[in-house]
Design a protein around this ligand. Structure first.
Ligand SMILES: [Zn+2]
Ligand SMILES: [Zn+2]
Length: 253
């Protein structure tokens, strides 16, 4: 055997061993995949494409056909008060679907999912119609005690992966009160009460006159985003948008 062939055989043996001991697996469901599948299996990609492909209301982010939107609002959010001027979302939060599984895993230590989730967030941002206006990205903050327990704020990690030619990131919006975990409460009123007055801005913030995009993983009733947007508005922000990975609770009003 000449040296090239020896090398090829060695590479082949190495790759086979690699496949045997560390087979390429789907980053979400761990099904085995071939290297070219971009870290997700076909089934997970299929679910992601389905749940990120539907039309949605640019005001509240819920599924809505383009024809159901009147003066920028869908039948569901007409008459509701929002402090943010528009929302972009990657998909829908449905129990058991790959997007939901990935968001939960991302929150629970699997930060290596950041690139795949950022791919979805960036495409939602590009399709939003407000990307050019954004001057600052502000991740929805966690209370310091929760951040300490988890070790990171998943929204900040996601924000750092966003692609934008000029916008900067600010972490001067803080959560000064530990709130109950929102999923334990069903009604929109209870959720709004839970987060009322929970946010504040740091001294020396530069929110005045700025067009800001809040970034979060999930929007349910929008109570958290609304409260954050209200706080930013009081700090002088001129426009506030929101970008989320998924909109949940299509049936909670
Ligand atoms: Zn999979
Ligand atoms: Zn709506």
């Amino acid at each position: 055997m000449d040296t090239v062939k020896v090398k090829q055989a060695a590479v082949f043996a190495y790759e086979s061993l690699n496949q045997l001991f560390w087979p390429a697996v789907c980053i979400n469901c761990r099904a085995s995949i071939c290297e070219t599948d971009r870290s997700l299996c076909k089934s997970c990609w299929g679910q992601l494409i389905t749940c990120t492909g539907a039309d949605y209301c640019p005001r509240c982010g819920r599924d809505a056909s383009k024809f159901a939107i009147l003066e920028g609002a869908c039948p569901d959010c007409q008459g509701k008060e929002f402090y943010f001027d528009g929302i972009a979302r990657s998909g829908v939060y449905k129990v058991g679907e790959s997007l939901q599984q990935m968001i939960l895993a991302f929150k629970n230590g699997r930060t290596e999912l950041d690139s795949t989730l950022a791919l979805l967030a960036n495409s939602a941002l590009q399709g939003s119609g407000f990307a050019d206006e954004i001057e600052l990205f502000v991740p929805v903050p966690l209370h310091w005690s929760r951040r300490l327990a988890r070790g990171y704020n998943q929204s900040l990690i996601l924000t750092r992966k966003l692609e934008h030619p000029t916008a900067k990131i600010s972490t001067d919006l803080v959560r000064n009160r530990r709130t109950k975990l929102q999923p334990t409460m069903a009604s929109a009123t209870a959720r709004a009460r839970n987060v009322a007055g929970a946010f504040a801005v740091r001294k020396g913030h530069n929110f005045a006159g700025k067009k800001i995009c809040l970034v979060d993983d999930i929007k349910t009733t929008g109570a958290t985003l609304n409260e954050c947007a209200k706080t930013l508005q009081q700090a002088g922000a001129s426009k506030i948008f929101a970008l989320v990975l998924a909109v949940a609770g299509q049936n909670i009003s």
